[in-house]
Design a binder for this molecule. Structure first.
Ligand SMILES: [Zn+2]
Length: 172
């Protein structure tokens, strides 16, 4: 079922999420389904969105759901390795959809997690998937993209960001 997305200022977004212990439980299954439904709904309405974390629908559990390269749930995900190489990008978030933030992330990471059947998995990710995973795993620690802004000048409105990107396209 589509759930309400929690917005910047809601205390649940600042909680440290608890690990999931019972992978096969009905509660876990329903939470994963709701995350998938809410992600699909948001993307159809807003035109962006590749991942969602449980606190964004009010549950302080260590679950993220992606629909980009990996399609499905990552339970209790942990970053176990990072490349020295880093990169910068404009990031956005369902929980503050009108804001863009320039962040710096590891270019490549290794993530360990359990899938929706409780099986241990490891995934090496780079580029877009790497930054998406870092964004979503941050949510499970109560960390938001705005906390990662290069500095306060790199937090801007989406409407202004769109003007910037239009200008850049025109120059090219
Ligand atoms: Zn987010």
């Amino acid at each position: 079922m589509v759930q309400t997305i929690r917005l910047l200022g809601d205390p649940v977004l600042r909680k440290r999420c608890s690990p999931v212990k019972d992978f096969g439980s009905e509660a876990t299954r329903l939470l994963i389904r709701d995350l998938g439904d809410t992600l699909a709904d948001f993307r159809s309405r807003m035109g962006f969105g590749r991942g969602i974390a449980a606190p964004q629908i009010g549950s302080a559990s260590q679950i993220i759901v992606l629909d980009f390269e990996i399609h499905g749930a990552l339970i209790n995900p942990k970053i176990t390795g990072r490349s020295k190489r880093r990169f910068r990008l404009w990031d956005d978030c369902f929980s503050f959809p009108d804001i863009m933030v320039m962040v710096e992330r590891s270019y490549a990471i290794t993530v360990s997690y359990r899938d929706d059947r409780g099986r241990r998995r490891t995934h090496k990710a780079e580029g877009a998937l790497s930054e998406l995973l870092q964004h979503e795993i941050d949510h499970l620690n109560g960390v938001l993209a705005i906390d990662r802004a290069l500095d306060s000048k790199h937090i801007i409105l989406r409407s202004e960001y769109e003007k910037l990107t239009r200008r850049e396209t025109m120059v090219m």
